[in-house]
Design a protein around this ligand. Structure first.
Ligand SMILES: Cc1ncc(COP(=O)(O)O)c(C=O)c1O
Length: 402
C-alpha cells in the first residue's frame, strides 16, 4: 500500500490558477464584526421582495409543475432572456433579440465569460484606473496585461485610451478589449458622457478591438440624464454588455447576463456546462420581475438615494473646509473620497478599526499601483441614519489623521 502524500499543487495547478493565486475577491457577505458596513457593494436585504418571491416560487410550481426543476436551455431560460429584453425596451427604448442574450451566474460570471472568450495569458487589455476590485481579480486570473486609463468627470479619458492603443500598435500588439463601467463607475462614480461614449466606440473600430461594457447599476439612477449604452450606440458589433439582477432584485439569485452580437454567443457558451445557468431560480426571478419590475426599481431608487444623501451629509458636516474631494454619484452604491492632503494612512486605519468602520482602501481598485490617498465607502447596506452616523465618525477619523 502506498503512503498518502499531499499533492504537489505547484506542479499540478494550471497556469491560470497559478497566476490568479491570492487574487482577492470582495467579501461575499458584510463583515460580521463591523459596526458600520461601508465595505462591499451589498444590496440592502430590507429592500428584497420577500413576500413577492414566495408568491413567485408558488406561481412557478403551479404554472410549470415539477418539470420546472429540469435542466434548461444552454443559453439560459428563455423567459429570463425575454425579461431582460423587456427591461431594455422599457428603460432604454432599446431592442435586443433574446438570441443575443446569454444568462450567467451574476454579472461577475458574465464578465469572466467575456475574458475567457477573448483573453489569453499575457494579452493586453485597457481598463479604467481605478476599477472594480472584483473584476480585477477575474482579470488577474486570466493573466491579462492591463493598461491603465484614468477617469475624469466624463468617465474614461479617451485621449489616454488612444495613447495606450497607439503604444500597443507600435509594439505590434492587438488590444483584446476595453473594459469600462459606464454608469456610476465603481469606485470613482462618474457616468461616461455621450461624447466619450462615441469616441470610445470610434477607437474600438480604429484599433480593431472590442468593448466590454459593465452596467451593474444603470437602473438605479437618482438624478441626471441617462445616456444610450455603448451597446446601443455601436453599429459594428464590437460591444459586449454585462448586466445583473443582483442590484435590482437580490444578489443571492446569482443571475446576470451578457448581451452581445449573436455570432459571439457560442464563444461564451463554450465555457458553460449544459443545462443553462440556474434555470429554476431564473423562473422565480422572471415571474416576480415580470409583474413588478418598474415599481420595484422605483422603490429601490428612493431607498438608495436617501442612503447616499445621508452619507454625504455626514461627510460634509465634518470635512467641509478641508481640501477633501468627495464624489456625488448620480446613482449606484459608492462614494469615492480623495483624502485631504497630508492624511496619515496608518492613523486613519487605526481610528477606523476602533470605530468598527469597514471600508475599502483605494489601492484595491488599481491593477498597476496607485490609489493610496483614496478610500471607497458603500452606502448601500446600512440604513440612512447609520450612514449619517458612521460617515461623521469616519470623517472625524480622516480629520484627526493629519
Ligand atoms: C461594477 C460591478 N460589476 C459587476 C459586479 C458583479 O455583481 P454580480 O456578480 O453580483 O452581478 C459588481 C458587484 O458589486 C459591480 O460593482
Amino acid at each position: 500500500m502506498t503512503t498518502p502524500t499531499n499533492p504537489r499543487l505547484d506542479d499540478l495547478l494550471s497556469t491560470r490558477a497559478r497566476i490568479g493565486w491570492g487574487a482577492s475577491a470582495p467579501p461575499a457577505r458584510p463583515v460580521a464584526e463591523a459596526l458600520f458596513e461601508f465595505g462591499g457593494g451589498h444590496p440592502d436585504p430590507s429592500s428584497f421582495p420577500y413576500e413577492g418571491m414566495i408568491e413567485a416560487t408558488a406561481d412557478v410550481m403551479k404554472a410549470e409543475g415539477a418539470p420546472a426543476l429540469s435542466y434548461g436551455e444552454p443559453q439560459g431560460y428563455k423567459g429570463l432572456r425575454e425579461l431582460v429584453a423587456h427591461k431594455y425596451r422599457l428603460f432604454e427604448n432599446l431592442e435586443v433579440p433574446t438570441d443575443n442574450i446569454i444568462v450567467s451566474n451574476g454579472s461577475g460570471h458574465a464578465l469572466s465569460l467575456a475574458f475567457s472568450a477573448f483573453v489569453d495569458v499575457g494579452d493586453p487589455i485597457l481598463s479604467e484606473a481605478p476599477t472594480f476590485s472584483g473584476t480585477l481579480a477575474t482579470i488577474r486570473r486570466h493573466g491579462a496585461r492591463v493598461l491603465d486609463v484614468p477617469l475624469d468627470a466624463e468617465g474614461m479619458d479617451t485621449a489616454v485610451a488612444r495613447q495606450q492603443l497607439e503604444k500597443l500598435r507600435s509594439e505590434g500588439k492587438l488590444c483584446k478589449l476595453i473594459y469600462t463601467i459606464v454608469n456610476f463607475q465603481n469606485p470613482a462614480g462618474p457616468t461616461m458622457s455621450r461624447r466619450r461614449r462615441e469616441e470610445l466606440i470610434a477607437l474600438a473600430h480604429e484599433f480593431d478591438t472590442l468593448i466590454l461594457e459593465d452596467d451593474a447599476y444603470g437602473e438605479l439612477r437618482f438624478e441626471g440624464q441617462a445616456h444610450p449604452s455603448l451597446y446601443a450606440l455601436d453599429k459594428g458589433g464590437r460591444v459586449i454588455r454585462a448586466g445583473t439582477l443582483s442590484k435590482i432584485l437580490g444578489a443571492g439569485v446569482r443571475l446576470g447576463w451578457l448581451c452581445a452580437p449573436r455570432q459571439m454567443i457560442p464563444a461564451f457558451q463554450g465555457f458553460l456546462f449544459g443545462g443553462g445557468v440556474n434555470p429554476y431560480v431564473s423562473r422565480v426571478a422572471t415571474f416576480y420581475m415580470r409583474e413588478n419590475l418598474v415599481p420595484h426599481v422605483a422603490r429601490l431608487v428612493d431607498i438608495y438615494r436617501l442612503k447616499r444623501d445621508a452619507m454625504l451629509k455626514g461627510l460634509w458636516e465634518v470635512l467641509g473646509g478641508t481640501d477633501v474631494e468627495i464624489s456625488k454619484p448620480e446613482g449606484g452604491f459608492f462614494i469615492w473620497i480623495k483624502l485631504p492632503t497630508g492624511t496619515k494612512i496608518e492613523g486613519l486605519r487605526e481610528a477606523a478599526v476602533k470605530s468598527g468602520i469597514q471600508f475599502t482602501w483605494g489601492p484595491a481598485f488599481y491593477a498597476n499601483g496607485g490609489g493610496e490617498g483614496f478610500i471607497r465607502l458603500a452606502y448601500s447596506w446600512e440604513p440612512p441614519e447609520r450612514n449619517y452616523e458612521g460617515a461623521k465618525l469616519i470623517a472625524q477619523a480622516i480629520k484627526n489623521a493629519r
